[in-house]
Design a protein. Structure first.
Length: 114
């Protein structure tokens, strides 16, 4: 007799506690670029390893994203001792024509609630 296996349940999202399960589909609505920006917005002095751990990507991927964001004029890097401090240029418009009427600061407020 074959036993029936249980179907995995979707992640439990409890908005009252702020607890959200891991995405089950392998994709998210926001890019890693947006995730890196959000982490740096919350803590501009985070080191790359911490950003990578928060976003769930490699340090090398974070380096490439930060380079993209700097070259695109979305962040500025300032050296403070042996660390970097990142400043989000919140007045910059979002890149895609669909969202270009909005600014980086609008996206950060949406994501971080700050």
């Amino acid at each position: 007799m074959k036993t029936q296996q249980s179907t995995p349940q979707p992640p439990h999202n409890d908005s009252s506690s702020g607890v959200v399960g891991k995405p089950s589909a392998g994709w998210t609505f926001l890019t890693n670029h947006a995730h890196v920006l959000a982490v740096l917005h919350s803590d501009p002095e985070k080191v790359l390893r911490e950003v990578a751990n928060s976003v769930g990507i490699t340090e090398r991927a974070v380096q490439r994203i930060i380079q993209d964001l700097e070259e695109g004029g979305f962040i500025e890097r300032q050296r403070v001792g042996r660390k970097n401090r990142y400043r989000i240029l919140e007045g910059q418009p979002l890149r895609h024509p669909i969202e270009s009427h909005r600014k980086i600061g609008d996206l950060m407020k949406l994501i971080t609630g700050e």
